[in-house]
Design a protein. Structure first.
Length: 46
């Protein structure tokens, strides 16, 4: 079975569309990490 989580190096990416699995927990985790680093802006879609 393939992994259901995204690799950690993708979680800090500016572009959330690069996540291999776009699921709510992964998106919230990535946004939480960006907020903690004060990098609140990200890309998602067009």
């Amino acid at each position: 079975l393939p992994l259901l989580r995204n690799p950690e190096f993708l979680m800090d990416n500016n572009d959330l569309t690069s996540l291999s699995n776009i699921q709510e927990p992964d998106i919230l985790y990535a946004l939480k990490n960006r907020f903690e680093r004060e990098c609140i802006y990200t890309y998602f879609g067009i």
